[in-house]
Design a protein around this ligand. Structure first.
Ligand code: ZN
Length: 228
């Protein structure tokens, strides 16, 4: 997803007709999601922070990282967080043939199930690359595709204040926040993300928000309808 595309109402409206972006509700509930892990440096710090605040999140993991850091995935799932499918190799699915898209999802899903005992319910297309083909294959493979509604571009390390500003201005009930605990390099620096999550979660808990896993956010609503 290019910078701040999700900040454009027209883009959110278009995407919300195609896949889950956020959940319509009035209660102060939202979901924190983290992509591209498991990461041996950042994921443990995040797990510790979330546990200290009693927060459950959703982690969209990459198959090739799961192969290397199985124990970390197990630890994440055992802590009560939801695990989503972020493909085996974090590739832009729109450019790939259906068979490869299907395989990317299948391999990652199989790895996750092998570690956690549970097949992921949601998939998030790497880098937000979607088209009708990607969404069709994802659904045929049994996944609910999801993007989110708040994308502060934390993976580009724009600075703590910028991340905070981008998140704060789009907070609302039913929001789905996209952040990153992993990255292309295993040694990737996510200190800005961690600092931002620490501040934002304190602020939101203080103002009465509850953090839920994606499944909880979606299932806990009578409306059960995704919208922007
Ligand atoms: Zn990603």
């Amino acid at each position: 997803m290019s910078p701040s595309m999700l900040d454009m109402a027209s883009v959110r409206e278009y995407l919300s007709k195609k896949l889950l972006c956020q959940v319509a509700m009035s209660e102060k509930r939202l979901a924190l999601t983290f992509d591209d892990g498991p990461n041996p440096h950042n994921t443990p710090l995040l797990l510790e922070m979330l546990a200290s605040k009693g927060i459950k999140a959703t982690f969209f993991v990459v198959g090739r990282r799961v192969r290397r850091f199985r124990d970390l995935l197990k630890q994440t799932a055992d802590a009560g967080h939801e695990i989503g499918n972020h493909c085996d190799h974090h590739v832009p699915l729109s450019f790939l043939p259906r068979a490869i898209i299907s395989r990317e999802l299948e391999v990652c899903g199989h790895l996750v199930e092998g570690v956690t005992g549970k097949r992921p319910r949601f998939m998030r297309p790497p880098m937000g690359w979607i088209n009708d083909k990607v969404l069709e294959v994802a659904r045929e493979s049994g996944y609910d595709p999801v993007i989110g509604s708040i994308h502060p571009q934390d993976s580009r390390q724009p600075g703590l204040d910028t991340i905070l500003r981008r998140v704060r201005r789009r907070i609302e009930p039913g929001a789905i926040i996209i952040m990153h605990d992993g990255g292309w390099r295993i040694g990737v620096d996510r200190s800005q993300t961690l600092a931002a999550v620490d501040i934002i979660t304190d602020e939101l808990l203080e103002s009465g928000y509850r953090f839920q896993t994606l499944s909880e956010l979606v299932d806990d609503t009578h409306q059960g309808k995704s919208t922007a």
